[in-house]
Design a protein around this ligand. Structure first.
Ligand code: UD1
Ligand code: CA
Length: 454
């Protein structure tokens, strides 16, 4: 039978070093709060019950942690008395009786399901405690894993360690799996007689051993166990996250010419054979289908780009932009809540907002859909194969029929039937020789001025 598991996520920290008005676990990595990344890793490890230990911004933190498919129950830790005390804030949930208790931190957003699963596997194989450790060349600040005769015998906090113990480079990530049937008994035995006067979760190692229990450790990659304490670490975590995700996308068949300049969101989807040029930024909700080309300096958020479409350079796709197959949105164009039909072209300096554009339509340079009257938004519909001449303003609500032709520089306020030609501009007038007369008059004025100053 499958083992039951409760994940206890510690997120009650004061975030002092973040120098922030909000809890650090609310700060985003890849446009998603840190805490949501952690819940996601827990969910991917096959765990669907979460006890979230919160302090500051309890409501907001719980809300950010509620991602689909996971049941999140918040427990308030009223005082910060240490990691052992924090886990006990979830006493009620633990008391329901799970096979496994997995303790993890809300400020370690790069963690993945791998080490979490490995720790649970250790419990399944008979350990009472499985510590997730990592190796680092810079162990300062971490608890050290102390080994004797091949067995993990204790975790020593930096402040309580001897010089010899401080030289150890195998560190405690803070993440730990605990036998769920024994957890409450073990946790209740933690005391606070140490340098910080805190209840250390790490004491469980010695406690479990003193009761004859088995304690083991599994290893995690150092990068995954990086915790976030300040904004510089937040930026480093973002960089790691971006590098990892770009790598995954490239391995899955996406071409990036200068991957280090491409910024992804947690949910960015890019299909095989898509080409992403340098300096492209994906906000949340971008879906790029296979074979699409995103030229340099484009910004894409909440938008879908179909197979074979091209975007940019310097294009901005905002929420609700939906580009059909082989369509084109070119330089200095912005599309918001706009459908661009198959093979349609919006090539230069254009704003498309609240619009539906039919297949094969051609939208000339400088076209503006005037969708906002200062109060309400209105829709523009442009039919298949319509041609909109450059520098036209389409004042919504308005509809242009299939195959219609709009003369350049028009301001269109009335619907245009299919196949019609519409002009909405002043008629051109011609004054023969008038240019010459104007120029001669201007030159005469200038000459008169110069004569005066001499
Ligand atoms: C802890 C570990 C240390 C490990 C390090 C990894 C202990 C005693 N030490 O040390 O071995 O190497 O993490 O980063 O466990 N928290 C609460 N309530 C509390 C205290 C902490 O929710 O009362 C949360 C914090 O928000 C944080 C996590 O627990 O997410 C770790 O707490 P922190 O005080 O940063 O522990 P460290 O001293 O870094
Ligand atoms: Ca810490």
């Amino acid at each position: 039978m499958e083992r039951t598991c409760l994940a206890v996520i510690l997120a009650a920290g004061d975030s002092t070093r973040m120098k922030s008005s909000k809890s650090k676990v609310l700060h985003p990595v890849a446009n998603r709060p840190m805490i949501a990344h952690v819940v996601d890793a827990v969910a991917k490890a096959g765990i669907s019950s979460v006890a979230l230990v919160v302090g500051r911004n309890a409501g907001e933190v719980s809300k950010a942690a509620r991602i689909g498919g996971v049941e999140v129950e918040a427990h308030l830790q009223k005082e910060r008395l240490g990691t052992g005390h924090a886990v006990l804030a979830a006493r009620e949930a633990i008391a329901r009786g799970y096979d496994d208790i997995l303790v993890t931190y809300g400020d370690v957003p790069l963690q993945t399901e791998g080490p979490l699963k490995a720790a649970r596997q250790g419990l399944a194989e008979g350990s009472d405690i499985v510590v997730i450790g990592f190796h680092t060349s810079k162990p300062a600040g971490y608890g050290r894993l102390l080994v004797k005769d091949g067995e993990l015998i204790a975790i020593r906090e930096e402040k309580d360690a001897t010089d010899a113990e401080r030289a150890v480079k195998w560190c405690n990530s803070g993440l730990m799996a605990i036998n769920g049937r024994k957890a409450l008994d073990l946790l209740a035995r933690i005391e606070n007689s140490n340098a910080k006067g805190e209840y250390y979760l790490t004491d469980l190692v010695e406690i479990a051993r003193s009761l004859g229990g088995r304690v083991t450790a599994v290893d995690a990659p150092e990068v995954e166990m990086t915790g976030c304490n300040n904004r510089a670490e937040l930026a480093a975590i973002e960089r790691f996250w971006q590098e990892r995700r770009r790598h995954e996308l490239m391995i899955s068949g996406v071409t990036m010419i200068a991957p280090e300049t491409v910024f992804l969101s947690h949910d960015t989807v890019i299909g095989q054979d898509a080409l992403i040029e340098p300096n492209v930024v994906f906000g949340p909700g971008a879906v790029i289908d296979g074979g699409a080309v995103i030229h340099a300096f484009s910004h894409i958020e909440g938008a879908h780009v179909s197979v074979g479409a091209t975007v940019g350079p310097f294009a901005r796709l905002r929420p609700g932009a939906d580009l059909g197959e082989r369509s084109k949105v070119g330089n200095f164009c912005e599309v918001k809540n706009g459908q661009i039909g198959e093979g349609a072209k919006v090539n230069h300096l254009t704003y498309i907002g609240d619009a539906v554009i039919g297949a094969g339509a051609n939208i000339g340079a400088g076209t503006i859909t005037c969708n906002y009257d200062g109060v309400n938004k209105h829709e523009t519909r442009i039919g298949a194969n319509a041609f909109i001449g450059s520098n036209s303003a389409l004042v919504a609500p308005v509809s242009i029929g299939d195959g219609a032709y709009i003369a350049s520089g028009s301001v269109i306020t009335h619907n245009v039937p299919a196949e019609a030609l519409a002009f909405g501009r002043a008629r051109q007038e011609m004054k023969p020789e008038r240019a010459k007369a104007i120029r001669e008059r201007a030159q005469a004025i200038k000459a008169a001025k110069q004569a005066k100053t001499e």
